[in-house]
Design a protein around this ligand. Structure first.
Ligand SMILES: Cc1cc2nc3c(=O)[nH]c(=O)nc-3n(C[C@H](O)[C@H](O)[C@H](O)COP(=O)(O)OP(=O)(O)OC[C@H]3O[C@@H](n4cnc5c(N)ncnc54)[C@H](O)[C@@H]3O)c2cc1C
Length: 815
């Protein structure tokens, strides 16, 4: 009986924490229970300790509710401690952390995501006007692009392609229509980049850069009316080609440490003496710089002579400098691996620019870093993620087809279990990457600027693309390795490190930014606590800190209890917003979100300011947050697309893989827990019955591979939005052969059954003749088999070149 009463007591308190019952209501409930059990003792045998326990619990909770008391005893002391241990943030770090907005990431950090809220978000949409552009000019542009010629012959886009891009205002997707731009939604911007990227990465990068972080985006938000009216129409029409120069040889990932500087001074401009800056810079890796007419430049501004006031170091500033300005060095090219988009260095020494050239004018001098950080999220969530998804979709389309066309041991290689594995990874990842792309675009189109989610998208979708292309290469064997016009993978493979490195290199993004920024921005209390203790230590700050701290304590308690109870019950006690096969995924993700929130707080509380230097832990927690987001996106996508039963294997592969990665991330943190003594207790709370997830089953793997190995609606949905060639080019030949091979399958099977020999592209003539003569197949089927085998032979073929042509590639290109 004692055990039963103890269980009732503990469970009732745990449930208050589990359901996050507010403090005052909790006090009322516990006081009510004290009263009720006191009365019930007349009818039942209720031990005195049991009643007293409720009484003590009610009084203790009431103590927490008396703010003056708790401030005196707890929060004022912790306030001073926090001030000591809080890491010192530089202004660039603080501005980067505070930039942008939070969205679904805050729900994941809460440990109790409101799934209905996610499902209520609108489904992704593209307007009729935007779709016409995608079906028209974008399709036309894709038809103009020849990957091999661009990369290995011209080392540039041919001039007609440049002209087509400019004439059709591809550079003005983010520019408002009133300034002559296309003013596309984020969904449409992404769809355009994705489709072009599925044909040629150089063209996609050329189009995406002016529509990403750079002069256009900065002018849009911060430009003066005069700057907007002058530059916007010229940027939209392609009259101006912009680039944006942030990176210096000294300052790469730590761009805020740039040595490039501008000194406020008076100088002569257009015959008059005006206030301006004398700017010097040495930048490298700048995309479009070799052909740019308008240089967006970031530098640190100084005012040593006090012309603007008494502040000397004004901070990072952004200017727009016409590249025809005397002294601007521009034109040399770097040669990025695997792609030939324009990229190069730019330099300038002591070049005088008038104050009007500062983006936003004099009043924005010194605000450049904040402007850049605030504007970063949109481009980062669109450009490279779209490129990454295009890679995954093309890998799905072509690797599935190739695995069906290519036979070894008389069997299409895609039917081997060993090949099913990479095929399923390609298909599953692509479905998941696209889901994350679409979900983040929904946020952008609602005006959000989600800093953490854009970092997740950038990292995960470029990394996912790398994994897809590596798998595609392995499945293609020698076909992927031998370069030439027949190879549709080599350039993509070679250029993978580019998207991994730019717009926040992936290692840095995973190990420092995603969880680091997420913990501060998306956590419900941390930023409030930080702001309270880093400002002036007055009574208002102490009050704010007290409120944030006690909310935080309640939050930690609740997540500890939720994590434990959800673990003990296998998540059965939490509701799912839908019924059906995917309902359990919502429940498992609720459990993992609680575990993540608990672990995040455990690590942050134990490490305090030292956490900043624990990148391995931060990286693991980032993996958990990433996969909570990826899996959320999958569930949303599945609902948005009307729960397509045929897509279930793709959903299952994605969520089960994400759950497994979440588990591995948490397990890694527990194994390396900052206080090893506590790791057993933490493990008990997070994984009371051991590690529950094992990743996609063999059955799911097979089912996903099957989607890629035939023509079906699920495959169509998976690769929707890419350019599918029906031409006699490298990818068009695969698409055609795939179709023919599937159509001729029954006839080839009949031949094999009758003649005991498999058809291939070397023996088909003889076999088809014998099979037709003996009535095994019809004439029509014979034609089908011939066409299929001829088409297969062309797909299997690789290029060879005479030695003199090879020498040409090595030295000056294939001219
Ligand atoms: C093809 C190309 C196009 C580009 N286009 C532009 C452009 O248009 N404009 C522009 O301004 N810049 C551009 N860049 C620059 C790009 O943004 C930088 O290359 C990037 O910021 C990384 O800098 P870095 O190459 O000097 O590498 P580093 O900063 O030297 O980094 C090297 C490695 O260290 C890691 N690392 C660094 N710090 C940390 C940390 N704290 N924790 C963990 N890991 C860390 C990085 O992740 C990376 O893996 C371009 C670069 C390339 C290659």
């Amino acid at each position: 009986m004692t055990a039963l009463f103890l269980a009732i007591f503990v469970l009732s308190l745990l449930l208050l924490a589990y359901y996050r019952i507010p403090l005052l209501i909790s006090i009322a409930i516990v006081a009510g229970l004290t009263f009720a059990f006191t009365e019930l003792r007349h009818f039942y045998e209720i031990p005195a300790w049991f009643r007293w326990s409720y009484g003590i619990a009610a009084v203790s909770l009431a103590g927490f509710a008396i703010k003056g008391l708790r401030r005196l005893l707890i929060s004022n002391r912790l306030f001073s401690l926090y001030r000591k241990v809080m890491p010192k943030l530089s202004s660039t770090e603080r501005e980067a952390l505070e930039a942008g907005t939070v969205w679904w990431d805050a729900e994941l950090f809460s440990g109790k995501p409101r799934w209905r809220r996610l499902l209520r978000q609108p489904a992704p949409q593209i307007s009729e006007r935007e779709q016409e552009f995608i079906n028209g000019p974008v399709e036309e542009l894709c038809l103009m692009l020849d990957d091999w010629e661009i990369s290995d012959k011209y080392h540039d886009l041919p001039e007609p392609v440049w002209k087509f891009i400019r004439d059709n205002r591809f550079f003005g997707m983010i520019i408002p229509q009133e300034h002559g731009g296309l003013e596309f939604s984020a969904q449409a911007n992404s769809a355009v980049v994705m489709k072009i990227a599925s044909r040629n990465a150089t063209a996609a990068v050329t189009v995406m850069v002016p529509n990403s972080l750079g002069p256009g985006e900065l002018l849009l938000h911060y430009g003066t009316d005069e700057q907007k009216n002058h530059y916007m129409p010229r940027l939209a029409s392609g009259e101006e080609i912009p680039c944006f120069a942030l990176t210096s040889p000294l300052a790469g990932s730590d761009a805020g440490a740039m040595p490039d500087k501008g000194i406020v001074c008076r100088g002569e401009f257009e015959g008059k003496e005006v206030l301006g800056l004398r700017v010097s810079w040495n930048k490298r890796y700048i995309t479009l710089a070799p052909v740019a007419t308008l240089l967006g430049l970031a530098f640190r501004a100084y005012d040593p002579d006090g012309l603007l006031g008494d502040k000397q170091d004004l901070g990072i500033s952004c200017a727009l400098i016409p590249t025809v300005t005397e002294g601007v060095e521009i034109g040399n090219r770097h040669m990025p691996v695997g792609a030939v988009f324009m990229n190069g260095p730019t330099r300038g020494k002591d070049i005088f620019i008038p104050m009007d050239w500062i983006i936003g004018g004099q009043e924005r001098l010194g605000q450049g870093w904040r402007m850049l950080m605030q504007s970063l999220a949109a481009g980062r969530a669109i450009s490279l993620p779209s490129l990454g998804v295009a890679g995954g979709k093309m890998a799905s389309l072509l690797t599935g087809a190739y695995s069906r066309i290519r036979t070894q041991f008389d069997v299409p290689i895609g039917y081997f279990g060993g090949i099913e594995e990479p095929l399923s990874r390609i298909g599953g990842r692509t479905y998941r990457m696209d889901a994350a792309r679409l979900l983040t675009l929904i946020a952008l189109d609602q005006g959000e600027r989600p800093g953490v989610l854009s970092a997740i998208n950038k990292y995960q979708l470029t990394e996912g693309n790398r994994q897809c292309i590596m798998d595609a290469m392995d499945v293609h064997g020698g076909k992927g390795i031998i370069q030439g016009p027949n190879n549709y993978l080599a350039h993509v493979y070679q250029s993978l490190p580019i998207s991994i490195t730019v717009e926040g290199a992936n290692i840095l993004t995973r190990s420092m930014i995603i969880f680091g920024q997420g913990a501060i921005r998306a956590h419900p209390c941390l930023l409030k606590e930080m702001n309270a203790v880093t400002g002036i230590a007055n009574s208002k700050a102490r009050r704010v800190f007290d409120n944030a701290l006690f909310t935080h304590i309640g939050f930690i308690l609740s997540n500890t209890v939720r994590s434990l109870l959800l673990g003990l019950t296998g998540s059965r006690m939490t509701p799912a917003p839908v019924s059906g096969p995917n309902a359990r995924y919502f429940r498992q993700l609720s459990r993992m979100s609680a575990a993540f929130a608990f672990m995040a707080d455990a690590v942050l509380v134990l490490l305090g300011g030292k956490f900043k230097f624990k990148e391995k832990l931060s990286g693991r927690l980032a993996d958990v947050l990433i996969h909570l987001y990826m899996a959320s996106a999958l569930l949303k996508r599945f609902e948005d697309e009307g729960r397509q039963a045929d897509d279930l294997p793709l959903l299952q592969w994605g969520v089960e893989d994400s759950l497994y990665r979440i588990q591995q991330g948490l397990d890694g943190v527990i194994r390396n827990f900052p206080v090893p003594m506590l790791s057993r207790i933490v493990r008990l709370i997070v994984f009371p019955f051991g590690l529950p997830y094992s990743g996609p089953s063999d059955k799911t793997v097979k089912a996903v591979a099957k989607i890629l190995l035939s023509e079906n609606e699920s495959r169509d949905r998976l690769v929707d939005g890419v350019f599918i060639s029906d031409r006699d080019d490298a990818t068009g030949r695969v698409n055609k052969a795939f179709h023919l091979v599937l159509e001729s399958e029954p006839a080839e099977r009949a031949i094999k059954n009758a003649l005991k020999e498999s058809v291939n592209f070397e023996n088909y003539e003889g076999l088809v003749k014998r099979a037709t003569e003996s009535g095994v197949i019809t004439e029509e089927q014979a034609t089908m088999v011939r066409l299929a085998q001829q088409a297969s032979a062309r797909v299997i073929a690789v290029d060879d070149f005479p030695p003199e042509q090879i020498a040409g590639f090595r030295h000056s290109g294939n001219e």
